[in-house]
Design a protein around this ligand. Structure first.
Ligand code: ADP
Ligand code: ZN
Length: 606
């Protein structure tokens, strides 16, 4: 495609079909055009790609995009081709013919954007080819792969620094969605970037709704939740492969189209399942954490955590796969105390004490999030070093349905603190609970704790309910828990409670068999649009996508179809104002979609 007007704003609309830049995009693009190196830190779905794609269309020379995964390259190249942009990739998935053809396209100057893996970039034939042409920009996607402190270390990324001398005129733009300062520093130094201040976007994903419910009967809770998402895509993360397969079977029995994804499946099955999910052939992907990297599917409307994640970083990454299209999406966590025990067990298996301590701290932050009483965004954003100052976000369970603090904790606290004291302030919660509930377990007997007068004074609550209460005692600072081994000790407040000088209010422990369901009853209302027309347009999109062998979102994202069904454009002029409609898509798909919309409008007015 020849871009005649070379202003970023104009390209944004004419090629991509978007009206306005997102935060930091225009700033980053201006820097790149000035050949100023940058590190762009932006959450998933923030819109990093445009920051090198638009300069790529403006520069006379080539823009090279370094990417760690073939699936990601393929996705980007198909998206760009659908927009009429000449982009190619060079990697091992190509036949020799395709490889040579793509090289020729690069050499001729016709291709403005070249995607490749770092190990391809260092190859001799590629370096020779690149000597022949001018390279204006090197964009490094998933740049955290350069850091051992990131989650996907790729040693080949380290070679990018020494290559720099071969591209004296190229600006370097590194991009990542990893927020930790340590990784950021690594990226800058390992790439030799000339960057004083990285461009860091907020990690708050405003379109995501966060909800945590106590896990009681997880399959029923899941089925109940899914009723609200009849035709919408979602991911369900489980801890184990066995759980994944069991849940998939159960969902299918209930009439949902669901597939499994985990490391125990053969490669071809895994990639087929992933492909079917991306192409909207199945609705739900039930998966272990093995699933996700390289998934660009924008219309994931919900992510359920069937089991507790190990840390907030993973939770954020996994929930972050919802709502990449910036439309509302729902993140539900089923929070069970049994899961904490499971994770602790795995932590205990770790070799070094350091590792244990780090994992334990991370788990505590995760629990803290799950138990939060105020806005979920506060602990989440704090974890990434961002301060969230708004009192309520209006987009999480705690902000929409504040829990009522109406239960008098004092009596239970007195009994429990007494038991902590009498057992010598040397034990964690489970032992103290055993004593208070009158257990005669080996451990209790071995310490002669069955002989204490506090033995059995708290049988009115189950062990689970005591766990719930103990967490509140700790949160409300009526009791101190040593971070390392979880030993419980009294503090100044404890003594006041025991002396009847302090009372405490909190939440009632949940009834033993109570099943709590996800509480947002409203549908995911996106905007006022004609749902019948939307469905017809969606079928058309699917049919076109299948005939071209591409995922439906490459043709149009949901947001475009929603806008079409809301505004019912009747001619090409009004069609071209729709979100995501640039010149090329207008040419390719305008007639097909306009035809449907016109026919639909006429039928409605008869
Ligand atoms: P990231 O790489 O940061 O995860 P992408 O670059 O894939 O995000 O962008 C996410 C989605 O947002 C893509 O579908 C992209 O086309 C869209 N997008 C990017 N910038 C804008 C914008 N300014 N207006 C509307 N949509 C945008
Ligand atoms: Zn909130």
């Amino acid at each position: 495609m020849r871009v005649l007007t070379k202003s970023p704003q104009h390209i944004l609309k004419s090629v991509f079909g978007y009206d306005a830049f997102r935060p930091l995009q225009d700033e980053c693009i201006r820097d790149v055009l000035k050949k100023k190196d940058n590190l762009l830190v932006m959450p998933t779905g923030g819109g990093k790609s445009l920051c090198y794609q638009i300069p790529g269309l403006i520069f006379d020379g080539l823009t090279i995009v370094v990417s760690p995964l073939i699936a990601l390259m393929q996705d980007q190249v198909s998206q760009l081709k659908a927009l009429g942009v000449d982009a190619v990739m060079l990697n091992s998935s190509l036949t020799w013919d395709e490889y040579d053809r793509n090289k020729a396209l690069v050499l001729s100057g016709q291709t403005k954007l070249l995607y490749l893996a770092p190990e391809t970039l260092v190859k001799d034939d590629i370096q020779h080819m690149l000597c022949e042409i001018s390279v204006d920009c090197i964009a490094i996607d998933e740049a955290h792969c350069i850091s051992e402190w990131g989650h996907d270390f790729r040693p080949e990324y380290r070679q990018l620094k020494s290559l720099r001398k071969n591209f004296p005129d190229a600006v370097y733009l590194a991009m990542t969605a990893t927020a930790t300062p340590r990784v950021r520093l690594d990226i800058v130094s390992n790439l030799g970037l000339q960057v004083k201040e990285p461009l860091i976007a907020s990690f708050n994903r405003e379109n995501l709704y966060y909800e945590v419910i106590p896990k009681s009967s997880p399959s029923l809770q899941t089925l109940d939740f899914l009723k609200r998402f009849k035709h919408q895509s979602g991911i369900i993360y489980c801890f184990s492969r066995k759980q994944v397969d069991a849940l998939t079977a159960e969902l299918n029995q209930h009439g949902y189209k669901a597939l499994s994804y985990h490391a125990g499946l053969p490669d071809d099955v895994r990639s087929r399942n992933q492909e079917m999910f991306i192409r909207d052939d199945v609705q739900i992907m039930v998966a272990t954490i093995a699933f996700g990297m390289g998934i660009n599917k924008p219309n994931v409307r919900f992510v359920i955590h069937f089991d507790l994640p190990k840390n907030l970083e993973s939770y954020y990454q996994e929930t972050g796969r919802a709502g990449r299209d910036n439309l509302p999406a729902h993140c539900l966590l089923l929070f069970g105390y049994g899961d904490i025990r499971k994770i602790r067990y795995f932590i205990d298996q770790k070799e070094s004490d350091d590792e244990k301590r780090v994992s334990q701290t991370q788990l505590n932050a995760m629990i803290h999030y799950a138990e939060a009483e105020a806005c979920r965004r506060t602990p989440l954003m704090n974890y990434f070093g961002e301060t969230y100052t708004r009192k309520t976000c209006g987009q999480c369970d705690n902000c929409l349905n504040p829990k009522e603090v109406n239960f008098d904790l004092t009596e239970a606290a007195k009994k429990f603190l007494e038991t902590v004291l009498k057992t010598g302030e040397r034990f964690g919660a489970s032992h103290v609970i055993d004593v208070i509930r009158g257990s005669r377990s080996q451990k209790v007997l071995s310490y002669f704790h069955e002989q204490l007068d506090v033995h059995g004074i708290g049988r009115e609550y189950s062990a689970k309910q005591w766990q719930f209460l103990v967490r509140q005692f700790i949160q409300r600072q009526l009791l101190y828990k040593e971070p390392e081994y979880g030993v419980l000790k009294l503090n100044a407040n404890s003594n006041k409670v025991l002396k009847n000088e302090l009372e405490a209010q909190g939440y009632a422990p949940p009834a033993e068999k109570e099943k709590v369901v996800s509480r947002v009853k409203k549908e995911l209302v996106i905007e006022d649009y004609d749902a019948v027309l939307f469905d017809i347009l969606r079928k058309k999109r699917k049919q076109l996508a299948d005939s071209q062998g591409i995922p439906p979102y490459i043709i149009f994202p949901d947001k475009s179809l929603i806008e079409m069904s809301a505004t019912l454009p009747q001619n090409k002029d009004s069609f071209s104002t729709i979100f995501g409609v640039g010149q090329k898509k207008l040419e390719d798909y305008g007639d097909a979609f306009l035809g449907i919309i016109q026919a639909y409008s006429q039928a409605r007015h008869k």
